[in-house]
Design a protein around this ligand. Structure first.
Ligand SMILES: *[C@@H]1O[C@H](CO)[C@@H](O)[C@H](O)[C@H]1NC(C)=O
Ligand SMILES: *[C@@H]1O[C@H](CO)[C@@H](O)[C@H](O)[C@H]1NC(C)=O
Ligand SMILES: *[C@@H]1O[C@H](CO)[C@@H](O)[C@H](O)[C@H]1NC(C)=O
Ligand SMILES: *[C@@H]1O[C@H](CO)[C@@H](O)[C@H](O)[C@H]1NC(C)=O
Ligand SMILES: *[C@@H]1O[C@H](CO)[C@@H](O)[C@H](O)[C@H]1NC(C)=O
Length: 458
């Protein structure tokens, strides 16, 4: 499953180019569409965004960011409402709304009765929001539920006293990496501030996913999450955030989220899953304890062909070695990961488990042959640096790749990976990611393990 996902991420490059064009198109269109409907008195434009009030019915879409607020305080609408939407984020569209917010899940409609907010979306022909944080990848959003906004008035069948965060589990979350990068981390930065006083609404819910991440969901919210797709009652909230904001892959950007850093997130995981170790071992001169090395084993693709040999060599260097396949039982596996000081593995979703490593631990990413370095860096290399971990990369040579059994050394596969990439992602992926295993040259690899030991003694 992961493969098809990396596939999409990869094809993003091309898509981004196309989208950039589309984006400017959208802007131009936006400027034509977004016009005053009634004359406005008073200051309005604030650089990039605009405040709209229901009285003025003014409309502007500068930079596609719309800030909408209703300051009427008449008898029929005692609730002050305010809506801020941002559609300029690279990975997620989202709106934050305060006031009388209602939702009918079965029709995917959000009602904001005291606003002509529908204008905001209908006038420029936008149909709504897909609350999954990977919008640069059209494939990822294909089957994500879209929510529309409406001004209609509907009776509440259930009143909630706390605000809600509405998000989609999406299509890619069968993959462990995407679960964290697209949902869990953005959900953390979005909802931690409520200190549990928040109701989650889950779109595109998958029972297996909510079961798997139950600990995290329960820790962030004091209320049982609602499967919103099937709800045919109208739920009413004093506020709503729809969509989750994602910064970079598997990371929290301190500039975008001053209150909650990746360090806070890892601390949160440590307390949620009762993980004991805050710091990795520090090898001193006394050095009686042995550092623990976790080798992430893969069984179907990108396997280590000589796991045992690697393990033995590491033992000789002074490691206690654990060889394990990443398990879907997070409570269990996070404890194993947290007990280790070095984690090594071939690029793949299993490496996401680095979020559970203690501080100062070392990630060794084994990088396949075929120019996949950028994948390695974007998905795990850079993120590991955001987590107070040390990072080492081991690039395998032709000789350590199973490709050598399939292709002659003068084949394009070895001579010119770029030309393989030009044949399209599916082909590239099938050559280098789906059908390449690794037989580490343990003598060559030894240097990297020694470096890891060196790092642990600093
Ligand atoms: C309409 O506006 C919304 C939000 O302002 C934006 O997401 C969308 O791309 C716009 N559509 C067009 C066609 O400009
Ligand atoms: C909206 O998103 C853009 C792009 O990330 C950001 O620069 C801007 O500050 C955001 N605006 C608000 C009000 O959050
Ligand atoms: C709005 O969208 C509809 C359906 O997608 C399309 O038929 C129509 O031409 C669009 N109108 C404008 C003004 O873009
Ligand atoms: C929800 O609150 C509104 C306003 O306070 C009230 O009129 C309505 O009866 C309540 N609905 C339910 C189901 O409690
Ligand atoms: C995970 O493993 C622990 C300990 O082995 C067990 O108690 C728990 O029920 C498992 N959780 C799930 C969701 O399977």
């Amino acid at each position: 499953m992961y493969n098809s996902i990396v596939a999409r991420s990869f094809s993003q490059h091309g898509q981004k180019k196309m989208r950039r064009g589309a984006f400017f198109g959208g802007l131009v269109l936006g400027f034509f569409i977004c016009i005053y409907s009634t004359p406005y008195q008073g200051p309005l434009a604030f650089g990039k965004y605009i405040i709209l009030t229901s009285r003025t019915k003014l409309f502007s879409c500068s930079s596609r960011l719309v800030k909408y607020s209703d300051s009427r305080a008449d008898v029929t609408t005692p609730v002050k409402s305010r809506i801020v939407c941002n559609f300029t984020e690279p990975e997620s569209d989202f709106c934050e709304m305060h006031g009388d917010i209602r939702i009918l899940g079965s029709s995917s409609t959000i009602f904001i009765p005291h606003f002509s907010v529908a204008d905001m979306f209908t006038k420029n022909n936008s149909s709504g929001i897909k609350p999954y944080a990977r919008k640069s990848d059209e494939g990822a959003l294909e089957r994500v539920r879209q929510f529309r906004f409406s001004q209609e008035m509907h009776r509440c069948t259930q009143n909630h006293s706390v605000p809600t965060v509405l998000f989609s589990i999406g299509e890619y979350t069968g993959n462990y990496f995407h679960s964290f990068s697209d949902v869990v981390i953005p959900l953390y930065t979005t909802s931690r501030k409520f200190n549990g006083q928040v109701q989650f609404l889950l779109a595109d819910k998958k029972v297996s996913w909510t079961k798997k991440f139950r600990v995290v969901l329960m820790k962030l919210s004091n209320y049982e999450a609602i499967d919103i797709d099937k709800e045919d009652g109208v739920h009413c909230f004093p506020g709503m955030i729809i969509g989750l904001k994602k910064h970079k892959e598997l990371s929290i950007d301190p500039l975008e989220s001053p209150d909650y850093s990746m360090t806070n997130f890892r601390e949160f995981l440590r307390s949620s899953y009762y993980l004991k170790r805050e710091y990795a071992i520090r090898l001193g001169s006394k050095g009686k304890k042995r550092p623990r090395l976790l080798i992430i084993s893969r069984k179907r693709t990108r396997t280590f062909m000589n796991e045992n040999e690697i393990g033995k060599m590491a033992q000789k260097l002074g490691f206690d070695v654990v060889l394990a396949e990443a398990s879907s039982n997070i409570s269990e596996f996070s404890k194993l990961v947290n007990s280790c000081d070095v984690l090594m593995g071939v690029h793949g979703a299993g490496l996401t488990n680095i979020v559970f490593l203690p501080k100062n631990a070392v990630l060794i990413q084994v990088v396949l042959f075929g120019g996949v370095e950028w994948l390695a860096t974007t998905y795990f290399g850079d993120p590991s640096k955001n987590m107070n971990l040390r990072y080492l990369e081991y690039k395998i040579s032709e000789k350590e790749s199973s490709l050598i059994q399939k292709y002659p050394l003068d084949d394009e596969v070895f001579k010119n990976p770029q030309s393989i990439a030009e044949k399209g992602w599916p082909y590239y992926k099938s050559v280098y990611l789906d059908n390449q295993n690794v037989k580490l040259d343990v003598f060559r690899f030894k240097t990297t393990l020694l470096e890891a030991l060196q790092m642990l003694s600093m």
